[in-house]
Design a protein around this ligand. Structure first.
Ligand code: IVH
Length: 695
């Protein structure tokens, strides 16, 4: 991008972030999820870091959010309500530890305390002589809104404390709306034609700002305490115990950890159950447990350095559509595939995703160059859910289906299908807000694809289009020894529009697979590893994998041994190929014809472009070098395949029929007609014992 383009992008991002921030904080009506907002903020931050000349300190984007609304009385907090620095990976948590240790200077080991980061609203509660007297929102950290009357409606906020506590005492914690309450609230809102709440946090925020406390009461909010000011106590973990004793609800999952590994175990454990918790959590707060150390470590800006918020991987992120290509499925249907700037979503890098069909492209109005929101939930494949049209520059290009098949170059035909099949209707799909409820991540129905097939589909008209040949693909993966991919998976990959041909296998990523039905990240990783391990392939295997008519394993070996390189095989004429022992004119013709076909050459080039490398190991001076065997009958000590392997490993070749080019007939029990053929042609017959002696 040129400087001007970068500057423009920065400006667009600032405008959009400010707009979203306003919608979020002031109107409580976000049009995108937090992940999206954060993704855009990250992009802006990265650009500003890279191009400091474009930083504009007066930009609205830097203004602190959460200015109190006028309808509530303003309250100045006794001590500033800080916020937290985020860590988006375990690595970033490790870096936080390194920084913290460096600040402390002395070599020491730290005790940590881990707790849930609840997805709600921070509030402050003031107790005087054990009685709740005032409650306020965080606001901008210095000044919040007095929402005492509303907070009194929350059953889990004690109005009077149990036991003894300081004269004046402040508790901080999170007001949350349980997922179950949020779901039913949204149902009612929908019935009444009112705006839905995007997530539990917004629903909680919207409820707390109601001027009528009785509405708050109906909303069934909940409160979890996470900190207290004014207790003379040594550790943050002790604060939690005291809070419980005083009658506060504290989140039930927490853990002391004397190593970072233990912190990570807690993060992993919670990662497994957090979807099933009754309230939303978006991370784990990790803090230095010893309060005396906190002062030494200090606060910078609006966040303490002694605490960090590990955030679970976002399920939504923004990226740019670099291109839209098409893949051809088993039925010949063309499926558009979007290519993105690689982006981390839900822990894996996503650089492409299927767009399913033209209807989907039109519905979302996706154009090349657009900034889009992609979603990758654990159990679905990555998907474009929304276009951020406000970020358009005017240079975006509309996508048109090609008029020629990208695989065989035959005409493409447009068919009206009504609700006919397409990969689109078969895949597990998010088709309503409900499927996202558990994650508290949805926006509105409009942005999400609806189920049902496309009204039009585009097909390759070539009956013999290589992309329609499912068997060829299966043969390819088995010759490449990518055993982790079976026919079912190949079928899904084709149906999802992720691959047209064998070469596309080599561009697959974990994220493409981990969303396929019944597919975990682990098995996706296994497949990707297996694909990349087999990218380097022996020449004969490569030839065999191409599926040239009449070219079996042995012919492929013979070709490789004779020519030594793919280039030479491609250039060879019928005569030269025909001169190879065991290869006759029909096979030679088929080979030459194969390499004359442009579609085949394109595929070979694509395979190489996608990282396949071919090497040849000449079987040098093997004892069977130049010898051809024919096998007949049943062998005692080995299978036929084992015998074949022994022959080829020692430089020999195996043929299926006896001719005067045959060197030996290896005859086992119940030898058939080949035995007689050998006799007739005076070919040497060897028994299994003699064969083993030859080795
Ligand atoms: S401690 C220094 N503990 O996260 C600020 N915060 O991103 C003290 N939050 O404003 C925060 N669960 O609304 C803390 N267990 C927890 C939390 C938590 C949720 C929220 C809180 C805060 C925000 C910071």
């Amino acid at each position: 991008m040129s400087d001007l383009q970068i500057q423009k992008r920065i400006q667009k991002l600032r405008d959009e972030i400010s707009r979203l921030r306003f919608a979020y904080h002031v109107t409580n009506n976000p049009s995108v999820t937090d992940d999206v907002y954060e993704s855009l903020s990250r992009e802006l931050h990265n650009l500003e870091e890279q191009y400091p000349q474009f930083i504009d300190e007066n930009s609205a984007v830097y203004r602190v959010a959460g200015k109190p609304l006028d309808k509530f009385k303003k309250v100045t907090h006794n001590t500033r309500m800080l916020s937290l620095n985020d860590a988006f990976s375990k690595d970033e948590v490790s870096q936080w530890e390194t920084r913290t240790l460096k600040i402390l200077g002395v070599p020491t080991s730290l005790n940590y305390f881990c707790e849930l980061k609840l997805d709600g609203l921070a509030i402050s509660l003031i107790y005087e002589n054990g009685v709740f007297v005032r409650g306020a929102t965080r606001g901008d950290g210095f000044i919040g809104e007095d929402i005492t009357e509303n907070l009194k409606m929350i059953e889990t906020i004690p109005l009077k404390l149990k036991g003894s506590c300081p004269e004046s005492f402040e508790v901080r914690g999170e007001v949350v709306m349980p997922k179950r309450v949020w779901r039913s609230l949204n149902k009612t809102q929908e019935k009444e034609g009112k705006q839905l709440f995007a997530n539990t946090r917004n629903a909680a925020a919207g409820s707390l700002r109601q001027l009528d406390p009785s509405i708050v009461k109906e909303r069934k909010l909940d409160f979890f305490a996470w900190d207290a000011i004014g207790l003379s106590i040594a550790n943050h973990s002790d604060i939690h115990s005291s809070l419980r004793e005083l009658g506060f609800q504290v989140a039930p999952y927490e853990s002391k950890a004397d190593t970072l590994d233990k912190v990570f175990s807690f993060i992993d454990e919670m990662g497994k159950i957090r979807e099933n918790l009754p309230y939303g959590t978006d991370g784990i707060v990790v803090t230095v447990d010893e309060l005396a150390l906190r002062d030494k470590i200090g606060v910078v800006g609006k966040a303490p350095r002694y605490m960090v918020a590990f955030k679970y991987p976002a399920e939504r992120a923004t990226t740019i559509v670099l291109d839209i290509t098409t893949n051809v499925g088993r039925t010949g249907v063309l499926t558009p595939l979007a290519h993105f700037n690689p982006t981390l979503v839900a822990g894996s890098t996503v650089s492409k995703s299927t767009l399913h069909n033209m209807d989907q492209i039109n519905r979302l109005d996706i154009r090349i160059g657009d900034t889009v929101v992609i979603q990758k939930a654990g159990d679905v494949i990555p998907e474009v859910v929304e276009v951020l049209a406000k970020l358009r520059t005017g240079k975006e290009k509309k996508f048109k289906m090609p008029s020629k098949c990208p695989v065989c170059n035959f005409e493409v035909e447009k068919k009206n299908t009504g609700s006919e099949q397409s990969s689109y209707s078969k895949s597990p799909r998010i088709s309503s807000t409900n499927s996202l409820e558990g994650r508290g991540q949805t926006v509105s129905h409009k942005t999400l694809p609806t189920s049902g097939g496309p009204s039009v589909a585009y097909y390759c008209t070539n009956k013999n289009c290589p992309a329609k040949n499912a068997r060829a693909l299966q043969h390819f993966v088995s010759v490449f020894e990518i055993y982790t991919i079976g026919p079912k998976i190949l079928g899904r990959l084709k149906d999802e529009g992720l691959i047209s041909d064998s070469a596309d296998l080599f561009t697959l990523e974990v994220a493409d697979l981990s969303g396929l039905e019944r597919f975990g990240v682990k098995s996706a990783e296994n497949i990707i590893t297996s694909i990349s391990l087999h990218k380097r392939i022996l020449l004969w295997r490569f030839i065999y994998a191409l599926g040239i008519i009449h070219v079996g394993e042995q012919t492929a070996r013979d070709l490789a041994n004779h020519f030594g390189s793919l280039d030479k095989i491609q250039k060879a004429d019928v005569e030269e190929i025909n001169s190879i022992e065991n290869i006759g004119p029909i096979v030679s013709n088929s080979i030459v014809k194969f390499f004359q076909d442009e579609a085949n050459l394109n595929l070979i080039n694509k395979l190489i472009k996608n990282g396949v490398t071919i090497y040849h190991e000449k079987v040098k001076g093997g004892i069977f070098s130049g010898k051809t065997f024919v096998l007949t009958g049943t062998l005692d000590t080995m299978s036929r395949d084992e015998a074949k392997k022994k022959i080829t490993e020692n430089g020999g070749s195996v043929s299926s029929s006896v001719s005067n080019k045959t060197s030996y007939v290896l005859a086992g029990e119940n030898a058939g007609s080949k035995y007689n053929d050998a006799k007739k042609l005076n070919i040497q017959i060897v028994s299994e014992v003699e064969f083993l002696e030859m080795l």
